[in-house]
Write a protein that binds this ligand. Structure first.
Ligand code: UDP
Ligand code: MG
Length: 319
């Protein structure tokens, strides 16, 4: 199979698109991608890996039908909803391209950007990040918390997660292979992407509002997502209790010494209810938070130790 024809020298680009209840987006998405990639269809082989993440609507049917017009489409059908991170992981596992580009299927990631990404890739970059220049489509609270998240994670974890970049990016085969070696089950893709490193550059884009369907990320999901991000890449929340405990113990020690001396010098004095209550409440509150954080990490260790697969594929449809 090692013919030296021109065909074999062509590089292959894999698009990885997760679909969760995106029935009405399937056609427009594939049409837009097709139109955007038209100028390079002669240069590259294209495959579009569509991961159906346990959709409850007609997404799978729509994808099957779309294959008649778009033979580059390969469908990975999950046995249930495993979440976007798992869907992208599967896409990376199945992708065979020399460059892989995860892209949202809801048309919020403009496919026109791909040409720009490819140009950077050809000039030697191994990762091309797409950075959103505005967060206008987000609510004020979401913008604020996103900023807080990036600030906090910058301070407490060893890797730097670039702000305002999502999963939309181009990755060279080397990067994808490095990612595939990370077998953790709690997958915070943004962090994993940043962790592997490589020569990186950025292109900017304007995020567009969703046209069809609705976002599956509510505030609670986003909070858990942020928690995942922090606990997956920093052990500071675990270790800080040593120091906090030290400070509290030192305070307690000094206060105890003061009480003993006071009692010896001035004799027994019964009132002290207020100070006692304050110390008890404060100390037990601090302890509960500490235990909670232990729980966060222990829960994740539990998940890792069980070593379950990240996703289960019901069927692979396509070449
Ligand atoms: N998605 C998925 N599984 C999920 C949730 C979302 O595969 O459990 C996909 C979804 O189909 C879309 C992308 O992930 O292509 C981004 O999801 P969404 O638009 O809901 O998130 P947002 O853009 O609001 O962050
Ligand atoms: Mg979206």
């Amino acid at each position: 199979m090692k013919a030296i024809t021109n065909m074999d020298a062509r590089k292959k680009i894999s698009l990885v698109a997760p679909f969760y209840n995106e029935e009405s987006n399937v056609r427009p998405f594939l049409q837009q991608v097709h139109a955007a990639l038209a100028p390079v269809l002669g240069t590259y082989d294209i495959e579009i890996i569509c991961v159906n993440d346990g959709s409850r609507d007609g997404t799978l049917e729509a994808l099957r039908q779309a294959r008649q017009h778009h033979p580059q489409v390969k469908i990975i059908d999950f046995s249930r909803n495993f979440g976007k991170e798992a869907a992208i992981t599967a896409g990376l596992d199945f992708a065979t391209g020399d460059a892989v580009i995860p892209i949202d299927s809801d048309l919020q990631h403009p496919p026109e950007l791909i040409l720009e990404m490819l140009a950077h890739w050809e000039s030697g970059f191994e990762v091309v990040l797409a950075r959103r220049t505005s967060r206008e489509t987000d609510q004020a609270l979401q913008r604020l918390t996103a900023r807080a998240f990036y600030e906090v994670s910058r301070y407490i974890s060893h890797i730097e997660i670039p702000a305002d970049v999502g999963d939309y990016r181009l990755m060279d085969r080397k990067v994808v292979d490095a990612l595939k070696a990370l077998q953790e089950k709690c997958r915070f893709m943004k962090g994993l992407f940043a962790w592997v490193g490589f020569r990186t550059t950025v292109v900017n884009y304007q995020v567009v509002p969703r046209v069809h369907g609705k976002s599956s990320f509510n505030t609670w999901k986003l909070w858990n997502f942020a928690l995942e991000g922090i606990t997956s890449f920093s052990t500071l929340p675990l270790r800080v209790w040593t120091y906090l405990g030290g400070v509290v113990s030192l305070g307690a020690f000094i206060y105890a010494a003061y009480l003993i001396i006071k009692t010896l010098v001035f004799g027994v004095e019964v009132p002290g209810y207020a100070s006692l209550m304050i110390v008890i409440l404060l100390a037990s509150g601090v302890q509960l938070i500490g235990i909670g954080i232990l729980g966060e990490y222990l829960g994740r260790v539990f998940t890792e130790v069980k070593n379950r697969p990240i996703y289960i594929v019901r069927e692979v449809i396509g070449p």
